[in-house]
Every structure is written in C-alpha cells, then in structure tokens.
Design a protein around this ligand. Structure first.
Ligand SMILES: Cc1cc2nc3c(=O)[nH]c(=O)nc-3n(C[C@H](O)[C@H](O)[C@H](O)COP(=O)(O)O)c2cc1C
Length: 137
C-alpha cells in the first residue's frame, strides 16, 4: 500500500453542492477500489490524503489531477505504508471554514488527526489547518 498527499487550488470557491457531489463520487469510487483518505478544504486550497493499493491510489490521483475544478496539484508525499491512517474512511472531509461550537478550526482538525500515527501526515495537516483557519473567520 502507499499513502499519497497532495495540495491543489480550486479554480473558484466551490459551493457546498459541488463539494457534496465530489464527496459522494469520491466515496463511491474509492470504496470500490479500496482507497481511503481525507480531504481538507481551506478557502480555495485542498489538501488530500489517498491511501490504499498503489495502482488504485495512482489511478485515482491521476483522475483527480485532471479535474478542471482545481489546478496546480503538487504531491507533498508519496510513500509505502504498512497501515492506513484513515481505515474506514472512503473519504473523510473537513472544511476549514466549519466551526463546531466554540472550537477553533485548528482544534477541530487537531482532534481529527490525533489518531494518525504518521508524524509527517500529522504535520502537513496541522500546518494546513494553521494557515487556513485564520482565513475562515
Ligand atoms: C479536490 C478534489 C478531490 C477529489 N477526490 C476524489 C477522490 O478521492 N476520489 C474520486 O473518485 N474522485 C475524486 N474527485 C473527483 C474526480 O476528479 C472525478 O471527477 C471523479 O472521480 C469522476 O468520477 P465518475 O467518473 O465516477 O463520475 C475529486 C475532485 C476534486 C476537485
């Protein structure tokens, strides 16, 4: 298995219906090929983790990368893994602009990523949350 992490930028801010459609498609497709992961959205920036069998992850990533709704995809990390960080999540989702109760976005994300054993993945998420949380207020 591999874990691939990339960032990209939406062409325009995607509305909640578009995001819901992307997530529904992602969950359906990813489940079918045993890919799990998480999608973070902060303003127009995406950070996504895809993990699973190498061929399935790379095919999924290639398809996502060609999607006109975003551009400038940059792979931050791609490595072999023994265990998934997002087992059971066909595609988790955290819009950085969503504030639960009085919590800060960064805290929400911190709680979400707490179970992740991989330090590099943790660091990318924490940094992304820190950068984009401010823009959400
Ligand atoms: C930021 C972003 C993340 C996406 N993530 C996934 C994903 O994890 N899995 C997936 O199948 N499609 C994902 N998509 C959608 C794909 O680009 C593509 O539209 C979709 O896979 C086509 O599926 P379909 O042929 O079943 O309609 C994503 C799109 C965007 C813009």
């Amino acid at each position: 298995m591999i874990r691939l992490i990339y960032i990209s930028t939406a062409r325009t801010t995607l509305d909640s219906e578009t995001m819901a459609a992307i997530l529904a498609t992602s969950r359906r497709n990813n489940q079918a090929v045993d890919v799990t992961g998480l999608l973070l959205v902060g303003g127009r920036r995406f950070l996504q983790v895809l993990e699973g069998p190498e061929e399935a992850v790379m095919q999924t990533y290639e398809r996502i990368r060609r999607d006109d709704r975003h551009y400038a995809a940059v792979v931050l990390s791609r490595r072999a893994i023994e265990m998934r960080s997002f087992a059971g999540w066909a595609m988790g989702y955290q819009p950085a602009g969503t504030v639960h109760g009085d919590g800060e976005v960064a805290d929400d994300v911190a709680a979400m990523i707490a179970p992740i054993g991989d330090a590099v993945t943790q660091a990318y998420f924490a940094e992304f949350a820190r950068k984009h949380a401010a823009a959400a207020y």
